[in-house]
Ligand binder design. Structure first.
Ligand SMILES: NC(=O)c1ccc[n+]([C@@H]2O[C@H](COP(=O)([O-])OP(=O)(O)OC[C@H]3O[C@@H](n4cnc5c(N)ncnc54)[C@H](OP(=O)(O)O)[C@@H]3O)[C@@H](O)[C@H]2O)c1
Length: 345
């Protein structure tokens, strides 16, 4: 595999230009070894206008709706069929379940496809997290970049498993009810065990990345939109002191250890921190772990982490593009993505 990525140009299409798709599209344009050849949408709206404003060729995801774009004065470059035909890799960022419907389109054109965490794991050859199992996706045709929560857990558990061994992980996920623009989601005045049955699906999802890892998860939904929060307990196969664990997590490229001195007490302050530093859309690509929460009781590790659901999967999609293209190994890709996106506070 080539370590020099500068002379490659992977032609990337993004089908589904919403919360995840528009962020992935922007991240692709930062990669010297990739070219964004277009994005597809079903209808004209402010996001379709954004694509045009950014100079991204816009394609119609549904042929019968071409007229709507014409009526709105938005110039189309063609249909999604043409876009997929021209692409080396397509990133499907459509709503949950639509990715599965699109699979035959990608197969028709023999175009490798990435799907998102809302799709079932059995749709694809492998699920993906760059830190966890990059190599499994090399040369694969259908790859699922796992959900925001599973991405956050995989990044945390990978170094713990490698350094100390994980006997058992137990995580309670306090999940945001919806993204800020999802005005129809809730709860708006409640705290819901969700799913009520235990364990939640998140543990099995982590097992799509680490099949042998023992993990139980519980989920809740709360009236918040900014981030998820994980309350984590991991029984390790060793008893390191808390500082050693915090240092290990701090060394990881996609984890941010929130210093006590920063006075960041929650997701609101984290978003403010990110916006103050000029992050696009106030995105936080890293797991945010409160350093003073990292505690050891014997071999039991405890900590709190916050996960920005709208953006933590974005660098993972960029790495997955390189993996399916066979364009780089894990280390080279992750380093390049981190550098181009300026990951790390
Ligand atoms: N948001 C999150 O927090 C988050 C985090 C991690 C993973 N995910 C996963 O990422 C995927 C996308 O989620 P999202 O939050 O980005 O959804 P989203 O904001 O609703 O964006 C999806 C976009 O796809 C477009 N679309 C709908 N049907 C389409 C079709 N047939 N062809 C092409 N485009 C179509 C929609 O726009 P138009 O209909 O207007 O064209 C919409 O803007 C899901 O699998 C989700 O589970 C989401």
């Amino acid at each position: 595999m080539d370590g020099d990525l500068s002379d490659m140009s992977i032609q990337v299409a993004v089908n589904g230009y919403g919360t995840i798709g528009k962020r992935v599209a922007d991240a692709v344009t930062l990669q010297p070894d990739m070219e964004l050849i277009g994005v597809a949408k079903t209808r004209p709206n402010h996001e379709a206008e954004l694509a045009i404003d950014k100079g991204y060729p816009l394609y119609a995801a549904i042929e019968e709706r071409i007229e709507l774009f014409d009526d709105a004065g938005l110039e189309l470059a063609g249909t999604v069929d043409e876009l997929v035909a021209a692409a080396d890799v397509v990133v499907d960022a459509c709503p949950s379940g639509i990715g599965a419907e699109n699979k035959s389109l990608y197969e028709e054109h023999d175009t490798p496809a990435l799907y998102q965490g809302g799709e079932d794991a059995d749709l694809v050859d492998t699920s993906f997290n760059a830190r966890g199992n990059f190599a499994d996706a090399i040369g694969a045709d259908h790859v699922r970049v796992v959900s925001c929560n599973t991405t956050g857990l995989s990044r945390l558990l990978a170094p713990l498993e490698e350094e100390y061994g994980v006997e058992k992980a137990r995580v309670t996920l306090v999940r945001r009810g919806g993204d800020p623009a999802q005005s129809g989601r809730g709860p708006i005045n409640d705290i819901l065990p969700n799913p009520v049955s235990l364990p939640s699906h998140h543990g099995p999802d982590v097992n799509t990345i680490f099949p042998e890892l023992a993990i139980d998860t519980l989920g809740l939904k709360v009236p918040a939109t900014l981030m998820h929060t994980h309350s984590v307990n991991v029984t390790l196969e060793a008893s390191p002191d808390a500082d050693a664990v915090a240092d290990l997590l701090d060394e990881q490229a996609r984890t941010f250890l929130i210093p006590e001195s920063s006075d960041i007490d929650g997701a609101g302050a984290l978003k403010e921190f990110s916006m103050d530093r000029g992050r696009p859309r106030g995105d936080i690509w890293e797991n945010c772990i409160w350093r003073e929460s990292v505690s050891m009781e014997g071999s039991d590790l405890y900590l709190f982490q916050a996960i920005h659901q709208e953006s933590d999967v974005v660098p993972e999609n960029v790495d997955a593009i390189r993996a399916v293209s066979g364009a780089a190994d894990s280390e080279t890709s992750i380093e390049r993505t981190n550098e181009t996106m300026a990951i790390g506070f």
